[in-house]
Design a protein around this ligand. Structure first.
Ligand SMILES: [Ca+2]
Length: 308
């Protein structure tokens, strides 16, 4: 649990002190930042969207016009992913699911296939090229795989985010039938790492055996389906209203409404704690300019993280 060592408990989060409170957005941008697959770029000159309704169409809206950024075909039409975020490096990252459905198990092996964009986190330079350029330091930019790929071995990375302070990257990967997992890439990584799907679901073996020289990166945290059904990745709290939560990563389970906090120990290991439970189906988290945290429910309600 967070602050489980008495010596660490000073200033540690108090789990029953928080809730998500109904919040009325003051303008459209509040909603844009918390609803599915939408993003306003850091310069506010364009708006990017993952249009899931038409399957994997990533679009850009600029100067009043709509343009194609990327279109991806999905074999089953599920596990699309659809997250978008800018890294502190200024590149656009997109999370793409393996394209399989529930019980499908990525039969086509897309997540482990470096020549497929499915089951990956992509990294694009949207300030260059038409409609984008591939950053020269992308791990497979030399042609050894799809140049867009940053990391692979993902099932349905529905939500991911960067710590706005450190640039660390958190990828919440929805599991098949047993494990919901959280993957982590520290700032400064060269990418190219393999998070294991579909050889593994969380830390459990799933299908086949991986080559012994292929390194699979395990999740920093996972929970099984006795606690929920699908992880909704959140954000690292960097706001001002709840200073005792500075640096805590928040995540939810879509079905059970459980909200957890994770904090990294000085030795690099992670501690997790369930903070509270809410009667809502959380589909996404986001932050405002002050770093305060919001979540959106499946019905479209916007909730704000506050002290209870
Ligand atoms: Ca994994």
């Amino acid at each position: 649990m967070l602050g489980s060592d008495p010596g660490e408990c000073k200033g540690a989060p108090r789990p029953l002190a928080l809730t998500l409170q109904h919040h009325s957005p003051s303008n459209l941008f509040d909603l844009d930042r918390v609803t599915h697959g939408n993003l306003v770029d850091p310069g506010f000159c364009e708006y990017l969207a993952a249009n899931i309704g038409v399957r994997g169409h990533f679009q850009r809206y600029r100067h009043g016009t709509v343009g194609k950024l990327l279109e991806i075909d999905f074999p089953v039409g599920e596990h699309i992913g659809g997250g978008l975020a800018f890294g502190l490096d200024g590149y656009l990252y997109l999370s793409i699911g393996d394209g399989g459905g529930g019980g499908y198990g990525d039969k086509e092996g897309n997540a482990q296939n470096l020549n497929s964009l499915l089951g990956k986190l992509l990294r694009l330079d949207v300030d260059s090229g038409n409609p984008y350029a591939i950053p020269v330091d992308n791990p497979f930019a030399d042609g050894s795989g799809k140049g867009e790929v940053w990391v692979y071995g993902l099932r349905n990375p529905w939500r991911f985010s960067f710590d706005s302070s450190t640039g660390d990257l958190f990828i919440a990967d929805v599991g098949e039938n047993q494990s919901e997992e959280l993957d982590f890439i520290p700032a400064g990584s060269n990418g190219g790492v393999n998070f294991g799907w579909n050889y593994q679901e969380g830390t459990r073996r799933f299908q086949g055996s991986h080559p012994p020289d292929l390194e699979l990166i395990p999740p920093i945290w996972e929970y099984d389906h006795s606690l929920g059904c699908a992880i909704t990745g959140g954000v690292v709290y960097r706001g001002k209203a709840l200073p005792e939560f500075n640096g805590v990563y928040l995540a939810a389970d879509y079905c059970s409404g459980r909200i957890w906090g994770l904090l990294r120990n000085p030795d690099g290991s992670w501690k997790s704690q369930e903070l509270f439970k809410i009667d809502a189906f959380i589909t996404s988290f986001s932050q405002d300019d002050d770093g305060e945290v919001y979540a959106v429910d499946f019905t479209g309600e916007v909730l704000k993280l506050v002290r209870r």
